[in-house]
Design a protein around this ligand. Structure first.
Ligand code: FAD
Length: 285
């Protein structure tokens, strides 16, 4: 087993005391068929299967626990397959990260608006499996709100496509059964890979807003004062496009920072109303 394979059995959680010898195989498929083959190999050996994306999950789910297990990584399935600017979607492989997707979209004025802080390593399938979101979630929603459909492979190799209307599959019995049960994207969001292996996603993409945005930095006496300002912003349904609070910082980077602080981005037209809620200094764009 290589060091890389051991790293595949870890993640960003506190679950570091895993028995990596119980990892009986690590697969890095490039195609849907290779995923099906990897799952079949695991079943033949009597091992559980754990899908693994970027490993940035904080719950330990993608470690596969301490059972004899097979890991299937999407490290080699990170391509953006199709972009339709007109219809507002991109088809991506499960391992593509938001940063990788947006590197292709930004030159054409479009963006995939799901941006967890881990967007340089978290994969599209991992984000859907945890229903992740970012600092602009209150405007753009979480991953489920930005997923149009997902293709999956089940434990027995059967394939299905799940969207907001139900399920389609070349197995008509499976299609009828799951559609009758009302399965939609909602069921995959946060399922942590327990329902099947996601092999492809169609995600929403949207243009950058044409409004002029301003950045602001606000310092507060304490967290209560910041909380009151945030409550007021929410009460007024403020058009904040991006928000980030910093309440603590490691001493290596704390130098010069007055905490707690709030970083905001908002339309220029909202600036005077915002001044009435909190005191901020404008940031360079
Ligand atoms: C520094 C840091 C900052 C973070 N910031 C945020 C944030 O701002 N917002 C936020 O929501 N989260 C954040 N997170 C948490 C984390 O990034 C998310 O949980 C992320 O969505 C997981 O994606 P991943 O590709 O790393 O998945 P993994 O950690 O590899 O896996 C997560 C789950 O998804 C399953 N899975 C992975 N791939 C597939 C697949 N192809 N098919 C089926 N199941 C699959 C795994 O089995 C596991 O259960 C942060 C984490 C870190 C370390």
């Amino acid at each position: 087993m290589k060091l890389r394979d051991i790293a595949i059995g870890a993640n960003a959680s506190i679950y570091l005391r895993m028995d990596f010898k119980k990892i009986k195989g690590v697969f890095y498929p490039r195609t849907e068929q290779e995923i099906i083959d990897a799952i079949a190999t695991a079943h033949d050996g009597g091992y559980t299967v754990t899908p693994k994306g970027g490993g940035s999950g904080l719950s330990g789910a993608c470690t596969g626990g301490n059972r004899e297990r097979v890991m299937i990584s999407t490290l080699r399935m990170r391509e953006v397959l199709t972009i339709s600017k007109d219809q507002g979607y991109a088809d991506v492989q499960p391992g593509a990260t938001p940063d990788e997707i947006n590197a292709l979209l930004e030159p054409i004025g479009m963006k995939f608006w799901v941006a967890p802080s881990s967007r340089d390593i978290a994969s599209a399938a991992g984000i859907l499996s945890t229903d992740g979101g970012g600092n602009d979630t209150w405007v753009n929603g979480t991953m489920r709100d930005n997923t149009i459909r997902a293709k999956m492979v089940l434990h027995d190799g059967r394939r299905l496509t799940v969207d907001w209307n139900g399920v389609t599959s070349d197995d008509s019995e499976l299609e009828a059964e799951l559609t009758k049960k009302g399965m939609t994207i909602n069921d995959i969001a946060s399922a942590h890979g327990t329902l099947g292996f996601i092999t492809e996603l169609r995600v929403k993409i949207k243009p950058f807003p044409s409004e002029k945005l301003v950045g602001g930095l606000a310092n507060f006496e304490d967290c209560n004062a910041m909380g009151r300002a945030l409550s007021e912003l929410i009460k007024r349904k403020s058009p904040i496009r991006y928000g980030e609070t910093v309440v603590a910082a490691h001493e290596d980077i704390r130098d010069g920072l007055e905490l707690p602080l709030l970083i905001l981005q908002f339309p220029e037209s909202f600036a005077s109303e915002l001044k009435g809620i909190l005191d901020y200094s404008e940031l360079d764009s």
